[in-house]
Ligand binder design. Structure first.
Ligand code: ADP
Length: 467
């Protein structure tokens, strides 16, 4: 039968009226409808099975958040402001989340789900709640991530070796080359550096996406920290004939004090990676004769950092995409400039992991400003946290002193080493930080997460709470 040619009948047949019910009965996704207060009116068999609420009759009339019990996908209890179900009921807004896990009522089994809540556009303001088990999708994603991570890790080592030998070839003290060979090897070294950076970025992306690198928070004075990181770029900027400026002022104070101190509670290694990326980009995308300004200031309860350049700028079309994975603006200016398109994605991941926000403003052809806003702590709070840090450091020192000294293992052969050239330090400038620990090994999980709250048996909640 050609359904497009068949006439629409005015009165539905019994088959047509039953079709939605059949779909809802056999579909694998959980489907629930609620009234505007979140009270369940309908629940399909898949939702009954997944929530383990017993039967549709038992669930109808209960608050949806008691039947669809959720926690964060990392196993953390959600307070009301974080719970998408509660928020969707209040805001009457569509919400989608893949960051939650369903807790089955009877077995307390955790199932990662894709949750969607849609308000129905009519006066009754019903909501449709759907959820789907994404265990398999996450497993497949995890396998892919694992593969990329292992491959990047394994390939980094030979690339570093190639880079090391190319450095030896190009060093007049260790090798003699004619001009043509020098040109070829210089190009080969640029390509191996690009490859090394790509593998490092890929490794960081997979680890951050996978939650294997978590911020290791510590109190920090931000003006001093950002200045010390930025100072490491004075030489590179000078070589590129770009003027480098650093400043700090307080937006929240009426006098706009200069050289203030502002405090935050951050991961210092994350902060270095973020600044390295933003300042390297500023240098990369600014032609000779341009300027870069790095500024740190307090802005109410935030610390605001900006990296401004007078470079090639970003078109408004590109501006909305630059924080996406692998996105590179493609124009005559950027085509010549190497890059992986992963740097700003990593910046965003790291900033957000520290409770911050990053965004960019730009005028094409005139320059760009990248802003990083982070939660600010008071000087009292900073001092209190520093006392804890010092106590922990003392404890660690005492434990290390009381540990028996271990002799170095004589039987193990020393790994073969290739001499790598040391960075030259400009007068007054600081050496760029060495590769940070978090980039190669996961830092210990943060202690900031609230403890996992054990969920009560669902039936306890279902008893007596029917509205
Ligand atoms: P890449 O390795 O390509 O620099 P990023 O993720 O760091 O990757 O940046 C993404 C894109 O954003 C770049 O390819 C470039 O087009 C644009 N971009 C980033 N920083 C700047 C800047 N300071 N000035 C102009 N364009 C920039």
């Amino acid at each position: 039968m050609n359904i497009f040619n068949s006439k629409k009948s005015k009165t539905p047949t019994s088959n047509q009226t039953a079709l939605p019910e059949i779909v809802l009965k056999y579909i694998h996704d959980g489907v629930i409808t609620t009234d505007k207060n979140g009270v369940i009116q309908f629940i399909n068999p898949a939702a009954v099975n997944m929530t383990e609420c017993g039967s549709a009759d038992k669930a109808v009339g209960f608050d949806c958040s008691l039947v669809v019990k959720i926690e964060s996908k990392e196993g953390r209890a959600l307070d009301e402001s974080e719970n998408p179900l509660i928020q969707a009921m209040r805001a009457n807004q569509p919400i989608e989340s893949m960051q939650v896990a369903l807790i089955a009522l009877q077995s307390e089994k955790r199932i990662p789900i894709a949750l969607s809540i849609l308000p129905v556009e009519n006066a009754s303001q019903n909501r449709i709640v759907t959820f789907r088990d994404i265990t398999k999708e996450l497993e497949e994603e995890g396998e892919q991530t694992e593969f990329i991570s292992t491959a990047s890790h394994e390939m980094r080592t030979p690339v570093a070796t190639i880079d090391g030998y190319l450095s030896l070839c190009l060093n007049p003290q260790t090798a003699t080359l004619d001009e043509r060979a020098r040109g070829y090897l210089t190009a080969a070294q640029a390509a191996s550096k690009h490859l090394g950076k790509l593998f490092q970025d890929l490794l960081d992306v997979t680890k951050l996406d996978d939650g294997k690198i978590r911020p290791h928070f510590e109190p920090a004075e931000m003006v001093g920290l950002i200045k010390s990181i930025s100072d490491g770029y004075i030489e590179q900027a000078t070589e590129a004939k770009i003027t480098f400026n650093f400043g700090s002022n307080d937006l929240s104070s009426s006098e706009h004090r200069m050289n203030q101190v502002v405090y935050s509670f951050i991961d210092v290694n994350f902060m270095r990676e973020i600044m390295d990326n933003l300042v390297e980009n500023a240098i990369k995308y600014t032609p000779e004769g341009g300027s870069i300004y790095v500024n740190v200031r307090g802005d109410g309860d935030r610390v605001l950092i900006n990296v401004t350049d007078t470079g090639i700028g970003i078109s408004s079309d590109d501006l909305s995409h630059i924080f996406q994975k692998f996105y590179r603006a493609d124009n005559s200016d950027t085509r010549e400039i190497g890059g992986t398109g992963l740097g700003l994605y990593l910046v965003k991941q790291r900033v957000e992991a520290m409770g911050g926000r990053v965004w960019a403003e730009s005028a094409f052809g005139e320059g760009s400003t990248f802003f990083v806003s982070l939660p600010r702590i008071s000087s009292d709070e900073y001092e209190k946290r520093m006392i804890v840090v010092r106590q922990l450091q003392n404890q660690e020192r005492m434990m290390a002193a009381s540990r028996p000294q271990t002799k170095p293992a004589a039987s193990q052969p020393a790994p073969a080493q290739i001499a790598t050239p040391q960075p030259v330090v400009a007068q007054g400038a600081q050496v760029k930080s060495p590769p940070v620990q978090s980039a190669v090994s996961p830092s210990p999980p943060t202690t900031n997460n609230p403890p996992v709250v054990k969920q009560n048996n669902i039936n306890n909640n279902l008893n007596g709470e029917k509205r």
